[in-house]
Design a protein around this ligand. Structure first.
Ligand code: ACO
Length: 327
């Protein structure tokens, strides 16, 4: 039996400030009804005083390590999927490494937006196929509330902050990660951007007035591409493993919009109990959405030994990907 990557611990963390749709009604011209009908979101959590991306990522990591029974000093690698790091340098992964005291671990951030956790797991999978003794911490962590224009109702109602983590190691048993498929289409990047704050556009009054420090999105176009890409990458994973949709025990898809999730469920012919949903509680937390969902599904015992799990993600870039595993 070849080496297979398995997840032996999951964790998640949310910031302290709860922001409900009703709260947003007082901030922009919107309504609880509009947000719920168009997105399924009822509330989200955002960072308060002293809470940062690395703070959330470290908390999620500690929870995952505790479940796994792994000490930070045993970690070989820390990968953090994020588009909202504390600072460009040092990376969130290095800040987590310091906080955990994971002295032996290499550490880097990975920029694949909402697909960051799937991209991160696929890298961990490749390392572990070579060396099953490795212990790798994969995190998805975001503070999108700092990149949202709180006066733009077309985006500010959608996003939330949070972090999720998984401890990955190897086995010779017939379980674990079976396939990963990664995709991107940079030609469509302009549909979902944060144009400023990188090196292309230094901070100037003009840049700030254009609002390029914020997420800008052509929602309808993103929606159309998201549903198409998610469906096709889900079929790609199913076909690669010879799975039929009714063999899938749980689908964890990026929690971007309830209508996207409904569409995907219908296209794949899955029943509602097989599609994990928590978007109503957290909104779209980008790279954190899948690992938070994974942790909740794991802790509520929706994942049992042998369960067939399919994860699919889509996000800015565009990037998308899938991962199939036997739990
Ligand atoms: N409250 C009230 N009205 C609003 C709001 C709001 N928060 N936002 C937009 N509207 C208005 C618009 O101004 C428009 O009014 P008009 O008809 O008078 O011009 C009307 O509602 C319809 O707007 P649309 O943008 O056409 O609404 P749509 O049904 O497309 O829903 C949404 C918008 C929810 C953003 C949807 O397009 C979407 O979910 N897209 C996917 C984007 C996404 O999830 N991106 C996240 C990052 S990528 C990812 O994670 C997949």
């Amino acid at each position: 039996m070849p080496n297979r990557a398995i997840i032996i611990g999951t964790g998640s963390a949310l910031p302290s400030r709860l922001l409900t749709n009703r709260d947003l009604e007082a901030m922009v011209e919107t309504s609880d009804e509009w947000i719920k009908t168009r997105t399924g979101i009822e509330q989200r959590y955002i960072v308060g005083e002293g809470e940062t991306n690395s703070f959330l990522a470290t908390r999620a990591a500690k929870n995952a390590l505790e479940m796994a029974g792994v000490r930070p000093q045993e970690l070989d690698l820390i990968i953090v999927g994020t588009l909202t790091p504390d600072t460009p340098m040092p990376s969130v992964a290095c800040l987590v490494q310091k906080e955990l005291g994971a002295k032996k671990a290499g550490a880097f951030d990975l920029s694949a937006t909402c697909s960051g956790f799937i991209y991160g797991l696929s890298i961990a999978d490749k390392f572990i196929r070579d060396n099953r003794k490795m212990k790798i911490l994969v995190i998805g962590s975001e503070v999108l509330s700092r990149r949202v224009n709180w006066t733009d109702r077309t985006t500010c109602v959608l996003f939330g902050d949070g972090a999720g983590a998984a401890v990955v190691t190897g086995t010779k048993e017939d379980r674990g990660i079976l396939s990963t498929h990664l995709h991107a289409d940079g030609a469509l990047g302009d549909l979902l951007t944060i144009k400023g704050l990188g090196t292309a556009h230094p901070v100037t009054m003009e840049m700030l007035e254009l609002g390029w420090q914020y997420i800008q999105m052509q929602g309808r176009e993103v929606f159309k591409h998201a549903v198409k890409a998610l469906e096709s990458v889900a079929w790609e994973a199913l076909n690669a493993n010879g799975w039929t949709t009714d063999q899938v025990d749980l689908l964890i898809a990026h929690q971007a919009n309830m209508r996207i999730l409904d569409f995907l469920r219908e296209k794949l012919g899955l029943t509602t109990d097989k599609v994990f949903i928590n978007i109503h509680k957290y909104g779209n937390t980008s790279a954190a959405s899948i690992p938070i969902a994974l942790d909740e599904a794991n802790r509520s015992r929706l994942l049992l030994p042998g369960s067939k799990l399919l994860m699919v993600a889509f996000g800015g870039g565009f990037t998308w990907g899938s991962l199939a595993m036997r739990w």
